[in-house]
Design a protein around this ligand. Structure first.
Ligand SMILES: *Cc1c(COP(=O)(O)O)cnc(C)c1O
Length: 222
């Protein structure tokens, strides 16, 4: 199946209320344009330089999402146009995004990344760290970021029950944070989980944003 067919097929499968982030990292702009012509508007990238390059090559109405580990010294390059940063993994990063939002006279939408996988290497908050941050005066002082929800990556394994349990954990984290810190704000509403290998499971467990790359564009070269 081609890029356009996959976009149409996956979108139909997701149904209402769940958005598809086409993860286009390492792909040339022509591939993104093919997806764009099939109606895809949200693209996810994990390298700042690659993202800013493609931003200049694609139509204005594309929504760019950042999904990788973001270094504080690179936030300024994407701050003018980024639609959503999925991967906020420290307060230091959030404070930098706030500062760059202020400079650009905009509020930048963010998700907090949580560490849900068994693997050691993945970035992200623990529940304790997140609670500490939300309760702090430093957090309350931020004016140019909107925390819209949570993001997580499951363990890379064939064990479907482990993956399901991790997605459930993220959903539960989302629920607790919403209740304790965002009660009356409907803007806290997104759960970013699910990739090519596990997005149907993620959807069953309550995902609102799936991040699918290789299933749309083909396997990436290592
Ligand atoms: C690469 C990547 C994806 C997409 O992975 P696929 O397996 O190609 O669908 C999703 N989320 C993040 C954070 C990624 O880095």
């Amino acid at each position: 199946m081609g890029i356009a067919d996959q976009i149409i097929r996956i979108k139909a499968e997701l149904g209402e209320g769940i958005r598809l982030v086409a993860v286009s990292k390492t792909r040339p702009a022509e591939d993104l344009l093919e997806a764009y012509r099939a109606g895809q508007r949200i693209f996810g990238e994990n390298k700042v330089q690659e993202l800013t390059g493609k931003h200049g090559l694609l139509p204005e109405d594309v929504e760019w999402h950042f999904i990788g580990h973001l270094q504080t010294n690179k936030v300024r390059f994407i701050a003018p146009f980024i639609s959503l940063i999925h991967s906020v993994d420290s307060f230091k990063l959030l404070r930098t995004i706030d500062r760059e939002g202020r400079k650009n006279k905009r509020r930048i939408s963010c998700l907090l990344q949580f560490h849900i996988a068994r693997e050691e290497s993945k970035y992200g908050f623990s529940m304790t760290e997140a609670r500490e941050m939300f309760a702090s005066a430093d957090f309350a002082a931020l004016e140019h970021v909107d925390i819209c929800g949570v993001m997580g990556m499951a363990t890379n394994t064939f064990d479907q029950e482990l993956v399901r349990a991790e997605f459930r954990e993220l959903k539960s984290i989302f629920g607790k944070i919403k209740q304790d810190f965002f009660g009356r704000q409907n803007s806290f509403s997104e759960i970013s989980m699910g990739m090519s290998g596990d997005y149907p499971l993620a959807v069953e467990e309550g995902s609102t944003l799936v991040r699918v790359g290789s299933l749309i564009f083909g396997e990436r070269k290592p």
